[in-house]
Design a protein around this ligand. Structure first.
Ligand code: PAF
Length: 283
């Protein structure tokens, strides 16, 4: 397994792979890898000839009062996990090379980025789109892998690929991986105190309450959201940021579920913000 930090070196290697007609899979991450990331890597390994895992805690996707500085990092452990998983290259670009002095160009989703997480994290998706587009240019993948926990991120990146005419790249959204008690895996789970961690699976229970009602035939979003609120009220440390049922194209709230809908929520436990979601219905 190679570790590459130099952007030009990564571009050159990707160019050689492409020239030889070999396929490239990219798993973009911010490191502190967990079983969710490993499921993406496994899929990339199965689909492609060369797997690149990028590890970069991207400063531009964090707000001024967010957790950029304390975001968990363990590069040695990440490298060991990548090695075991059969990764070909761990790409760890340096921030000063990704964003050199006078860096001035950003990519923005005009409408989608203002919805759901975008309301409490202004600028977040601008940072995500910018860094992901840069990674696509550097690694030149045929396939790129993301987790469904960040469903809004995936939708925005799909739209970016379409709207900016990124050719020959297939995006894959992989299922959420959960702890045994239902909590979605996230690098940020380490921030939780013991009591917050005990209460955190309430996000999953709220989603399952909505799913049960939907399965019983309820299609009114208000009824599903009520059931979710009742469930969330059981956890006294849970502070809801948002709770929404939206369509899967514009991410606009729906009153009645017809076709496919995304049920998404963000909940604070202290300073830690957790997100989770579930899809209901067919496209
Ligand atoms: O989902 C993430 O971990 C990040 O948003 C990503 C896609 C690696 C961009 O920094």
């Amino acid at each position: 397994m190679k570790i590459i930090s130099d952007i030009e070196e990564m571009i050159e290697l990707a160019r050689q792979w492409r020239a030889a007609g070999e396929s490239v899979g990219l798993v973009p991450t911010m490191g502190y890898l967990h079983a969710g990331h490993l499921s993406l890597i496994r899929q990339a390994r199965a689909d492609t000839g060369h797997v690149v895992v990028s590890i970069f805690v991207n400063p531009t996707q964090f707000g001024p009062n967010e957790d950029f500085l304390r975001y968990p990092r363990d590069l040695d452990e990440d490298k060991a996990l990548c090695e075991q998983a059969g990764v070909d290259v761990v790409f760890t670009p340096r921030a000063a090379e990704m964003y050199p002095e006078n860096y001035d160009i950003y990519v923005e989703a005009a409408d989608l980025s203002r919805r759901l997480c975008g309301r409490s994290r202004p600028g977040h998706f601008r940072g995500v789109c910018t860094v992901v587009l840069k990674l696509w240019h550097i690694v030149q993948p045929h396939h790129a892998y993301f987790g469904q926990k960040d469903a809004q991120q995936f939708l925005i990146l799909e739209r970016m690929a379409r709207d900016l005419n990124i050719a020959g790249l297939v995006l894959h959204q992989m299922p959420i991986i959960r702890e045994a008690d239902g909590l979605a895996l996230s690098s940020r789970n380490v921030y939780l105190s013991a009591e917050e961690r005990r209460q955190a699976p309430v996000l999953r229970r709220a989603l399952l309450a909505a799913e049960r009602l939907y399965a019983a035939g309820e299609r009114q979003a208000a009824a599903l959201l009520d059931a979710m609120r009742q469930e969330l009220a059981q956890a006294d440390l849970a502070m809801v940021d948002y709770l929404e049922i939206v369509d899967t194209v514009y991410l606009k709230p729906v009153a009645e579920i017809k076709g496919q809908a995304l049920v998404a929520l963000a909940v604070y436990f202290g300073r830690t913000r957790l997100i989770d979601n579930i899809l209901l219905g067919e496209k």
